[in-house]
Ligand binder design. Structure first.
Ligand code: AMP
Ligand code: MG
Length: 328
Protein backbone atom coordinates (compact mmCIF):
# COMPACT_ATOMS: atom_id res chain seq x y z
CA UNK A 1 0.00 0.00 0.00
CA UNK A 2 1.37 3.41 -0.93
CA UNK A 3 1.92 6.06 1.72
CA UNK A 4 -0.73 8.27 0.09
CA UNK A 5 -3.39 5.54 0.19
CA UNK A 6 -2.58 4.89 3.86
CA UNK A 7 -3.07 8.59 4.67
CA UNK A 8 -6.44 8.60 2.84
CA UNK A 9 -7.55 5.45 4.71
CA UNK A 10 -6.45 6.90 8.05
CA UNK A 11 -8.30 10.17 7.44
CA UNK A 12 -11.39 8.25 6.31
CA UNK A 13 -11.48 6.29 9.56
CA UNK A 14 -11.13 9.52 11.54
CA UNK A 15 -14.09 10.94 9.64
CA UNK A 16 -16.10 7.76 10.31
CA UNK A 17 -15.19 7.90 14.00
CA UNK A 18 -16.21 11.56 14.24
CA UNK A 19 -19.44 10.66 12.44
CA UNK A 20 -20.13 7.81 14.88
CA UNK A 21 -19.36 10.01 17.84
CA UNK A 22 -21.72 12.74 16.70
CA UNK A 23 -24.21 10.10 15.59
CA UNK A 24 -24.44 8.91 19.17
CA UNK A 25 -24.42 12.34 20.78
CA UNK A 26 -27.11 13.63 18.38
CA UNK A 27 -29.42 10.69 19.10
CA UNK A 28 -32.92 11.99 19.92
CA UNK A 29 -33.13 12.38 23.70
CA UNK A 30 -36.09 10.75 25.38
CA UNK A 31 -38.66 13.32 26.46
CA UNK A 32 -41.16 12.34 29.13
CA UNK A 33 -44.66 12.99 27.79
CA UNK A 34 -48.08 12.77 29.39
CA UNK A 35 -51.61 13.89 28.56
CA UNK A 36 -54.56 14.81 30.78
CA UNK A 37 -57.96 16.38 30.19
CA UNK A 38 -58.09 19.64 32.16
CA UNK A 39 -59.98 22.93 31.55
CA UNK A 40 -62.18 21.08 29.09
CA UNK A 41 -59.27 20.42 26.78
CA UNK A 42 -56.40 18.01 26.19
CA UNK A 43 -53.29 19.16 27.98
CA UNK A 44 -50.05 17.58 26.81
CA UNK A 45 -46.76 18.15 28.56
CA UNK A 46 -43.40 16.92 27.22
CA UNK A 47 -40.27 17.52 29.26
CA UNK A 48 -36.55 16.86 29.21
CA UNK A 49 -34.76 15.67 31.23
CA UNK A 50 -37.28 13.13 32.44
CA UNK A 51 -38.63 13.98 35.90
CA UNK A 52 -41.94 12.44 36.95
CA UNK A 53 -42.34 14.74 39.95
CA UNK A 54 -41.85 17.86 37.84
CA UNK A 55 -44.38 16.60 35.31
CA UNK A 56 -46.92 15.94 38.06
CA UNK A 57 -46.39 19.39 39.57
CA UNK A 58 -46.83 21.04 36.17
CA UNK A 59 -50.20 19.30 35.73
CA UNK A 60 -51.14 20.30 39.28
CA UNK A 61 -50.52 23.96 38.44
CA UNK A 62 -52.92 23.72 35.51
CA UNK A 63 -55.52 22.00 37.70
CA UNK A 64 -55.11 24.76 40.28
CA UNK A 65 -55.77 27.49 37.70
CA UNK A 66 -58.85 25.55 36.59
CA UNK A 67 -60.09 25.20 40.20
CA UNK A 68 -59.68 28.93 40.79
CA UNK A 69 -60.86 30.37 37.49
CA UNK A 70 -63.34 28.02 35.83
CA UNK A 71 -66.81 29.40 35.21
CA UNK A 72 -68.03 25.82 34.76
CA UNK A 73 -67.18 24.98 38.39
CA UNK A 74 -69.73 26.38 40.85
CA UNK A 75 -67.15 26.44 43.65
CA UNK A 76 -64.36 28.24 41.76
CA UNK A 77 -63.17 31.61 42.97
CA UNK A 78 -64.51 33.27 39.82
CA UNK A 79 -67.95 31.68 40.24
CA UNK A 80 -68.10 32.90 43.87
CA UNK A 81 -66.95 36.38 42.83
CA UNK A 82 -69.60 36.47 40.11
CA UNK A 83 -72.30 35.51 42.60
CA UNK A 84 -71.20 37.95 45.32
CA UNK A 85 -70.03 40.89 43.21
CA UNK A 86 -67.15 41.47 45.62
CA UNK A 87 -64.50 39.17 46.98
CA UNK A 88 -60.88 38.86 48.10
CA UNK A 89 -59.20 36.61 45.56
CA UNK A 90 -55.98 34.59 45.36
CA UNK A 91 -52.83 36.20 44.00
CA UNK A 92 -53.18 34.05 40.86
CA UNK A 93 -56.72 35.19 40.07
CA UNK A 94 -55.76 38.78 40.80
CA UNK A 95 -52.78 38.51 38.45
CA UNK A 96 -54.97 37.20 35.61
CA UNK A 97 -57.59 39.92 36.14
CA UNK A 98 -54.87 42.60 36.11
CA UNK A 99 -53.38 41.20 32.92
CA UNK A 100 -56.83 40.95 31.35
CA UNK A 101 -57.43 44.65 32.07
CA UNK A 102 -54.10 45.48 30.42
CA UNK A 103 -55.16 43.57 27.29
CA UNK A 104 -58.52 45.35 27.32
CA UNK A 105 -56.66 48.65 27.12
CA UNK A 106 -54.29 47.38 24.41
CA UNK A 107 -57.15 46.04 22.27
CA UNK A 108 -59.33 49.09 22.96
CA UNK A 109 -61.97 47.02 24.69
CA UNK A 110 -62.15 44.19 22.15
CA UNK A 111 -60.80 41.79 24.76
CA UNK A 112 -63.06 42.19 27.77
CA UNK A 113 -63.53 39.67 30.59
CA UNK A 114 -66.80 41.33 31.65
CA UNK A 115 -68.33 39.74 28.54
CA UNK A 116 -69.91 36.96 30.66
CA UNK A 117 -73.54 38.21 30.46
CA UNK A 118 -73.20 38.22 26.66
CA UNK A 119 -71.50 34.83 26.62
CA UNK A 120 -74.37 33.45 28.75
CA UNK A 121 -76.92 34.93 26.39
CA UNK A 122 -75.31 33.36 23.33
CA UNK A 123 -74.90 30.03 25.12
CA UNK A 124 -78.65 30.08 25.71
CA UNK A 125 -79.18 30.96 22.03
CA UNK A 126 -77.09 27.97 20.99
CA UNK A 127 -79.10 25.67 23.25
CA UNK A 128 -82.49 26.99 22.17
CA UNK A 129 -81.46 27.55 18.53
CA UNK A 130 -82.91 31.05 18.78
CA UNK A 131 -81.06 34.36 18.31
CA UNK A 132 -81.44 36.72 21.34
CA UNK A 133 -83.73 39.75 20.99
CA UNK A 134 -82.36 43.28 20.77
CA UNK A 135 -83.72 43.95 24.23
CA UNK A 136 -81.90 40.95 25.71
CA UNK A 137 -78.67 42.02 24.01
CA UNK A 138 -78.96 45.60 25.24
CA UNK A 139 -79.63 44.43 28.78
CA UNK A 140 -76.53 42.19 28.74
CA UNK A 141 -74.48 44.93 27.03
CA UNK A 142 -75.29 47.38 29.82
CA UNK A 143 -73.38 45.09 32.20
CA UNK A 144 -70.29 44.83 29.98
CA UNK A 145 -67.24 47.06 30.30
CA UNK A 146 -63.85 46.37 31.83
CA UNK A 147 -63.92 49.72 33.62
CA UNK A 148 -66.66 48.32 35.83
CA UNK A 149 -64.04 46.20 37.62
CA UNK A 150 -62.49 47.78 40.71
CA UNK A 151 -59.32 46.43 42.32
CA UNK A 152 -58.18 47.31 45.83
CA UNK A 153 -55.36 45.08 47.05
CA UNK A 154 -56.72 41.56 46.74
CA UNK A 155 -60.31 42.77 46.76
CA UNK A 156 -62.13 42.60 43.44
CA UNK A 157 -65.49 44.32 43.15
CA UNK A 158 -67.87 45.36 40.41
CA UNK A 159 -69.30 48.86 40.06
CA UNK A 160 -72.75 47.52 39.16
CA UNK A 161 -74.89 44.64 40.27
CA UNK A 162 -75.03 41.85 37.70
CA UNK A 163 -71.52 42.35 36.28
CA UNK A 164 -69.79 39.00 35.80
CA UNK A 165 -66.41 37.96 34.50
CA UNK A 166 -65.26 35.13 32.27
CA UNK A 167 -61.56 34.28 32.03
CA UNK A 168 -62.07 31.76 29.20
CA UNK A 169 -60.07 33.87 26.76
CA UNK A 170 -56.92 34.11 28.89
CA UNK A 171 -56.85 31.43 31.64
CA UNK A 172 -55.53 28.59 29.47
CA UNK A 173 -52.52 30.64 28.42
CA UNK A 174 -51.93 31.63 32.03
CA UNK A 175 -52.14 27.98 33.12
CA UNK A 176 -49.53 27.07 30.49
CA UNK A 177 -47.20 29.81 31.78
CA UNK A 178 -47.64 28.63 35.39
CA UNK A 179 -46.78 25.06 34.36
CA UNK A 180 -43.65 26.30 32.58
CA UNK A 181 -42.66 28.33 35.66
CA UNK A 182 -42.80 25.19 37.82
CA UNK A 183 -40.85 23.14 35.27
CA UNK A 184 -38.11 25.76 35.08
CA UNK A 185 -37.86 25.79 38.90
CA UNK A 186 -37.39 22.02 38.78
CA UNK A 187 -34.47 22.39 36.40
CA UNK A 188 -36.28 21.39 33.21
CA UNK A 189 -34.57 23.05 30.27
CA UNK A 190 -36.67 21.81 27.37
CA UNK A 191 -40.43 21.38 27.33
CA UNK A 192 -43.64 21.80 25.43
CA UNK A 193 -46.80 22.54 27.39
CA UNK A 194 -49.84 22.46 25.12
CA UNK A 195 -53.33 23.15 26.44
CA UNK A 196 -55.48 22.52 23.38
CA UNK A 197 -53.46 24.80 21.09
CA UNK A 198 -52.45 27.39 23.68
CA UNK A 199 -48.85 26.47 24.28
CA UNK A 200 -45.35 27.39 25.33
CA UNK A 201 -42.21 25.92 23.76
CA UNK A 202 -39.25 25.97 26.16
CA UNK A 203 -35.72 25.46 24.86
CA UNK A 204 -35.10 23.05 22.03
CA UNK A 205 -37.23 20.22 20.67
CA UNK A 206 -36.23 16.52 20.91
CA UNK A 207 -34.41 17.00 17.56
CA UNK A 208 -32.31 19.75 19.20
CA UNK A 209 -33.93 22.30 16.95
CA UNK A 210 -36.64 24.87 17.28
CA UNK A 211 -40.05 23.36 17.98
CA UNK A 212 -42.22 22.93 14.92
CA UNK A 213 -45.75 24.07 15.59
CA UNK A 214 -48.46 23.20 13.11
CA UNK A 215 -51.21 25.75 12.56
CA UNK A 216 -54.43 24.00 11.69
CA UNK A 217 -56.23 24.73 8.44
CA UNK A 218 -59.39 26.52 9.68
CA UNK A 219 -61.62 24.72 7.19
CA UNK A 220 -60.02 21.26 7.09
CA UNK A 221 -59.56 19.90 10.58
CA UNK A 222 -57.01 17.25 9.71
CA UNK A 223 -54.84 19.51 7.57
CA UNK A 224 -51.94 21.68 8.68
CA UNK A 225 -52.07 25.10 7.04
CA UNK A 226 -48.62 26.25 8.03
CA UNK A 227 -45.70 25.17 10.21
CA UNK A 228 -43.86 27.69 12.36
CA UNK A 229 -40.56 27.11 14.11
CA UNK A 230 -39.71 28.72 17.42
CA UNK A 231 -38.39 28.34 20.94
CA UNK A 232 -39.00 30.15 24.25
CA UNK A 233 -42.27 31.54 23.00
CA UNK A 234 -45.98 31.31 23.77
CA UNK A 235 -48.40 30.55 20.95
CA UNK A 236 -52.20 30.69 20.87
CA UNK A 237 -54.84 30.39 18.19
CA UNK A 238 -58.43 31.62 18.33
CA UNK A 239 -60.52 30.09 15.60
CA UNK A 240 -64.11 30.13 14.52
CA UNK A 241 -63.95 26.47 13.56
CA UNK A 242 -64.09 24.60 16.83
CA UNK A 243 -66.85 26.03 18.92
CA UNK A 244 -69.06 27.81 16.40
CA UNK A 245 -72.76 27.09 16.08
CA UNK A 246 -75.33 27.68 13.36
CA UNK A 247 -78.84 29.09 13.63
CA UNK A 248 -80.94 29.21 10.46
CA UNK A 249 -77.85 28.70 8.34
CA UNK A 250 -75.91 31.58 9.90
CA UNK A 251 -72.63 30.89 11.61
CA UNK A 252 -72.06 32.22 15.15
CA UNK A 253 -68.73 32.27 16.96
CA UNK A 254 -68.11 31.60 20.68
CA UNK A 255 -66.33 34.95 20.90
CA UNK A 256 -68.49 38.02 21.46
CA UNK A 257 -67.98 41.62 20.43
CA UNK A 258 -68.20 43.66 23.67
CA UNK A 259 -69.20 46.77 21.70
CA UNK A 260 -72.13 45.36 19.72
CA UNK A 261 -73.18 42.42 21.87
CA UNK A 262 -73.22 40.19 18.80
CA UNK A 263 -70.99 37.19 18.36
CA UNK A 264 -68.09 38.22 16.18
CA UNK A 265 -69.30 38.58 12.58
CA UNK A 266 -67.28 38.75 9.37
CA UNK A 267 -64.78 36.98 11.48
CA UNK A 268 -61.30 35.97 10.68
CA UNK A 269 -61.31 32.19 10.46
CA UNK A 270 -58.30 32.02 12.72
CA UNK A 271 -55.84 34.24 14.54
CA UNK A 272 -52.50 32.90 15.73
CA UNK A 273 -50.34 34.98 18.03
CA UNK A 274 -46.73 34.33 19.02
CA UNK A 275 -45.60 36.22 22.13
CA UNK A 276 -43.02 36.05 24.92
CA UNK A 277 -45.56 34.21 27.10
CA UNK A 278 -48.70 32.14 26.55
CA UNK A 279 -50.94 34.49 28.58
CA UNK A 280 -50.22 37.35 26.17
CA UNK A 281 -50.68 35.08 23.14
CA UNK A 282 -54.01 33.76 24.44
CA UNK A 283 -55.56 37.13 25.33
CA UNK A 284 -54.36 38.83 22.15
CA UNK A 285 -55.59 35.99 19.92
CA UNK A 286 -59.09 36.45 21.36
CA UNK A 287 -58.89 40.27 21.18
CA UNK A 288 -57.58 40.33 17.61
CA UNK A 289 -60.30 37.88 16.60
CA UNK A 290 -62.83 40.53 17.69
CA UNK A 291 -60.95 43.37 15.99
CA UNK A 292 -60.73 41.63 12.61
CA UNK A 293 -57.82 41.50 10.14
CA UNK A 294 -57.24 45.22 9.59
CA UNK A 295 -57.40 46.70 13.09
CA UNK A 296 -56.14 43.45 14.57
CA UNK A 297 -52.98 43.45 12.47
CA UNK A 298 -52.37 47.13 13.27
CA UNK A 299 -52.38 46.30 16.98
CA UNK A 300 -50.09 43.28 16.51
CA UNK A 301 -47.61 45.39 14.54
CA UNK A 302 -47.70 48.11 17.18
CA UNK A 303 -46.58 45.72 19.92
CA UNK A 304 -42.96 44.72 20.37
CA UNK A 305 -42.13 40.99 20.58
CA UNK A 306 -45.63 40.07 19.40
CA UNK A 307 -46.26 38.54 15.98
CA UNK A 308 -49.36 37.16 14.38
CA UNK A 309 -51.05 35.51 11.45
CA UNK A 310 -54.69 36.11 10.55
CA UNK A 311 -56.51 33.84 8.11
CA UNK A 312 -59.75 35.34 6.82
CA UNK A 313 -62.60 34.12 4.63
CA UNK A 314 -61.37 32.83 1.28
CA UNK A 315 -58.14 31.78 3.03
CA UNK A 316 -56.74 35.32 2.79
CA UNK A 317 -53.62 35.42 4.92
CA UNK A 318 -52.16 38.43 6.72
CA UNK A 319 -48.92 38.17 8.66
CA UNK A 320 -47.19 40.69 10.91
CA UNK A 321 -43.88 42.29 10.02
CA UNK A 322 -41.69 39.85 11.95
CA UNK A 323 -43.64 36.69 11.19
CA UNK A 324 -41.07 35.46 8.64
CA UNK A 325 -38.58 34.64 11.41
CA UNK A 326 -40.77 31.64 12.35
CA UNK A 327 -40.90 30.27 8.82
CA UNK A 328 -37.20 29.56 8.31
P1 AMP B 1 -60.33 31.80 23.08
O1 AMP B 1 -60.76 30.43 22.68
O2 AMP B 1 -59.05 31.89 23.84
O3 AMP B 1 -60.36 32.78 21.96
O4 AMP B 1 -61.39 32.30 24.15
C1 AMP B 1 -62.75 32.28 23.91
C2 AMP B 1 -63.49 32.38 25.23
O5 AMP B 1 -63.24 33.67 25.81
C3 AMP B 1 -64.98 32.28 25.09
O6 AMP B 1 -65.42 30.96 25.17
C4 AMP B 1 -65.47 33.13 26.25
O7 AMP B 1 -65.39 32.37 27.43
C5 AMP B 1 -64.43 34.22 26.33
N1 AMP B 1 -64.72 35.40 25.49
C6 AMP B 1 -65.63 35.52 24.49
N2 AMP B 1 -65.58 36.74 23.94
C7 AMP B 1 -64.60 37.43 24.61
C8 AMP B 1 -64.07 38.75 24.52
N3 AMP B 1 -64.52 39.61 23.62
N4 AMP B 1 -63.08 39.10 25.38
C9 AMP B 1 -62.62 38.23 26.30
N5 AMP B 1 -63.07 36.98 26.43
C10 AMP B 1 -64.05 36.57 25.59
MG1 MG C 1 -57.65 33.41 24.00
Amino acid sequence: MTKRRLIILASLSVIILIGLYFGISFKKPKFLTSTQIIMGTTVEISIYPSNKKALEEAFNEIKKVDRLMSTYKEDSEISSLNRQGEMEVSSETLEVIKKALEFSRITRGAFDITCKPLVNLWKKAKKEMKVPSEEEINKALSLVGYRKIVLKGNLVSFKEKGVQIDLGGIAKGYAVDKAIEVLKKKGIKRALVNAGGDLYALGESPEREKWQIGIQDPRHKDKIFSIIKLKDKGVATSGDYERYFTIEGKRYSHIVNPKTGQTVEDVPMSVTIVAPDATTADALATGVFVLGPKKGMEIINSLSKVEGMIISEGMKVKTSRGWKQFQN
